[in-house]
Design a binder for this molecule. Structure first.
Ligand SMILES: C[S@@+](CC[C@H](N)C(=O)[O-])C[C@H]1O[C@@H](n2cnc3c(N)ncnc32)[C@H](O)[C@@H]1O
Length: 261
């Protein structure tokens, strides 16, 4: 199924869709803004060891790796072999101090205090027990290091379609199928429960394009609506985008905390 609710298990028939989804997301200005917020909160510099959990196609980590100098290291971990293979392919021959490994956020294959910085973007919503993963991120981060989490809160998605009933069904259906749709609004609590200190939160409303909204909902709408209803839904959004009154997106929460032990 070509549906982002499936990010908990990417490998399979639609694996290529998940790669395209992440690439399309990078064309949304608000998403790039959030990635910059994450980068700023990480406070990177030469010589640091950085971990990205749920590293996807590896593009985010490659950007960070370029800031670490020869003495630093960047490690990406992802449950999906499709994503790890794609990330390795994209960074092969780059000369960056970067590697990608297959692994589970719930049980990180690293010794305690291995990294100076750890990030996880849009991963916790795909986990039934995000607290367990945040404990793991805290465990592998050195005292004084930073953990940064970033999640689109699925309960905050909005679409200014005149078909409110269909919009509600789309948004509710998506949130219901995610293991933890409200991970975003709980990031501070997750960090504090894991013993992190100086916890900060940045909230950002992201406006989506129609192209990205199609990546989000095209499969689901085909299951929920008649062809005619679906066509009318998309036609209205296309018109809105052309005329400048499209308003669809959601709230992203990004939080950072400092490791202590
Ligand atoms: C929505 S993507 C986000 C990718 C990347 N962080 C980004 O923002 O572009 C979620 C990623 O988390 C991975 N993932 C899902 N469950 C995981 C788990 N239990 N452990 C590690 N990675 C996981 C998926 O395979 C996918 O690559």
């Amino acid at each position: 199924m070509e549906d982002p609710a499936g990010f908990k298990a990417v490998d399979g028939a639609a694996a290529d869709y998940f790669v395209r989804f992440l690439d399309t997301r990078r064309s949304v200005a608000g998403e790039l803004y959030v990635k910059q917020v994450i980068k700023d909160l990480l406070d990177l510099g030469p010589g640091l060891d950085v971990l990205d959990v749920g590293s996807g196609t590896g593009d985010d980590l490659a950007e960070l790796a370029a800031m670490l100098g020869p003495g630093g290291s960047a490690t990406g971990l992802d449950l999906s072999s499709t994503m790890v293979t794609e990330a390795r392919r994209r960074t092969a021959g780059s000369g960056l101090p970067i590697e990608f490994v297959e692994g589970d956020a719930n049980e990180l294959p690293f010794e305690p205090a291995t990294f100076d910085r750890a990030r996880a973007e849009r991963v916790l919503m795909a986990l039934p027990d995000p607290q367990r993963a945040v404990h793991e991120l805290a465990r592998v981060t050195r005292p004084g290091g930073m953990v940064v989490l970033s999640e689109m809160d699925a309960g905050t998605i909005f679409v200014n379609s005149s078909n409110r009933e269909l919009t509600r069904a789309l948004v509710d259906g998506f949130a219901t199928e995610l293991p933890t749709p409200d991970a975003g609004r709980n990031l501070q609590r997750l960090l504090m429960n894991a013993g992190l200190q100086d916890v900060r939160l940045v909230s950002t409303v992201i406006q989506n394009s129609v192209a990205f909204t199609r990546m989000l909902f095209a499969d689901r709408i085909a299951r929920l609506a008649t062809e005619q209803e679906a066509d009318a839904f998309w036609a209205e959004l296309e018109q809105a985008e052309q005329e400048g009154w499209l308003c669809t997106g959601g709230t992203n929460f990004t939080a950072a905390g400092r490791a202590t032990t």
